[in-house]
Write a protein that binds this ligand. Structure first.
Ligand SMILES: Cc1ncc(COP(=O)(O)O)c(C=O)c1O
Length: 368
């Protein structure tokens, strides 16, 4: 049997190699490698795609979150509500500003924030909520914006895993005050290296983000605030511009892969399959099931050549680095259950039917 990887970026590259190489060679021969037209052109295309007035490209999704928080003046003494079941970067960006992440448990049907619990976590110090559209599934933004507006709190969408997803027909990253994207290679729109972007309709926020990403400077060699260096390379911008043209097609292919898993796996007992919620357009960065004895199953799958992944084995409130926040085991039980039971199956646009059948065949074997 062939080995089935969780994701195969080389396969995707082969399908667009000609166009990509032309774009890359154009940059190499231009002599302009940082900033310039390649970056501003991509920023314009990505803003249009997302349906916002401004896109500010930066070095990573982590930086995008940090820049967004800083642009809103969030720092020491402030609280930011977010999910404990996400990549560390979401909370890390909060901590890096000096603010405190406040974790609210997740809903096990979506792996996203349980919005019924968000209201109870709001205090006079709460400045923002960061909903994470995890695995490509959009958060119910109608409900979330109602809560945020009622309490005058900013919403920063963590769209790292959901480029192209939408809620009620509106693209994620255009609904909250700010959207933050990652272009890490395995994301739905992935560069050939690190990259990220901040999106917003607010021109004041956009100019703050721009200034912060350029060492706190809007006039060359004059620095008004303490910023960072967070630029997207011209090469990455050129590659992303090519790939953006394929994003919707790739997301449709991901949807087809998810439909096929749904059909093939639904007869199997003792599995909880992911569901797209009504009103949301899910873009399936991951196809994540829940299963007991997850680690044993994962090990057996690996022996049969199927490589699955665990996102995430430890919820953030129980990470050693966050021990000082004082969360106890059992306090956010859904995030703990998810961390014990989630298993992400191979998922990428070019996964073949035969490969999916093999994944399902092996999974059946593990369960019998
Ligand atoms: C939900 C989420 N937020 C933020 C990030 C950070 O993005 P980057 O790796 O580009 O810094 C990631 C990356 O994996 C992510 O999955």
């Amino acid at each position: 049997m062939n080995k089935i990887p969780p994701v195969d970026l080389a396969r995707q590259y082969r399908s667009i190699s000609e166009e990509t190489e032309i774009a890359v060679l154009k940059i190499l021969s231009s002599g302009y490698y940082v900033g310039g037209a390649a970056v501003t052109d991509f920023e314009k295309d990505f803003a249009d795609y997302t349906g916002v007035n401004h896109c500010i490209a930066c070095n990573s999704g982590t930086d995008a979150l940090y820049l967004a928080l800083r642009a809103l003046n969030i720092g020491t003494g402030d609280e930011v509500i977010t999910s404990p079941f996400t990549f560390i970067a979401t909370a890390e960006a909060v901590t890096m500003t000096g603010a405190k992440p406040v974790f609210v448990d997740i809903d096990l049907d979506t792996f996203n924030l349980d919005l019924t619990q968000v209201k109870n976590a709001i205090t006079p110090n709460t400045k923002a909520i960061i909903p994470v559209h995890l695995f490509g599934q959009p958060v119910n933004m109608t409900q979330l914006m109602e809560i945020a507006i009622a309490h005058k709190i900013y919403v920063i969408e963590d769209c790292a895993q959901a480029t192209g997803a939408s809620w009620n027909g509106q693209k994620v990253g255009s609904i909250g005050h700010i959207g933050c994207f990652s272009f890490f290679p395995t994301k739905n729109l992935g560069a050939c290296g690190d990259g990220g972007a901040v999106t917003t309709n607010d021109s004041e926020i956009a100019s703050q983000v721009k200034m912060l990403r350029e060492h706190g400077s809007s006039v060359r060699y004059r620095h008004d605030v303490m910023g960072i260096n967070s630029r997207l390379d011209a090469l990455q911008a050129a590659i992303l511009q090519v790939k953006l043209r394929y994003l919707d097609q790739w997301n449709q292919q991901r949807q087809a892969v998810a439909n096929r898993y749904q059909e093939l796996l639904s007869p199997l007992p003792n599995l909880k399959l992911p569901q797209a919620i009504l009103g949301g357009h899910h873009v399936w960065n991951q196809y994540t099931i829940m299963i007991s004895h997850r680690d044993e199953v994962r090990e057996k799958l690996q022996q049969m050549g199927v490589i699955s992944m665990v996102y995430y084995p430890i919820p953030l409130q129980l990470q050693p680095v966050y021990q000082d926040l004082g969360y106890q085991i059992g306090q956010l039980p859904n995030s703990e259950q998810a961390s014990y039971e989630v298993l992400s199956l191979p998922m990428f646009p070019d996964l073949t039917i035969e490969e999916q059948q093999q994944v399902v065949y092996c999974l059946k074997d593990c369960l019998s």
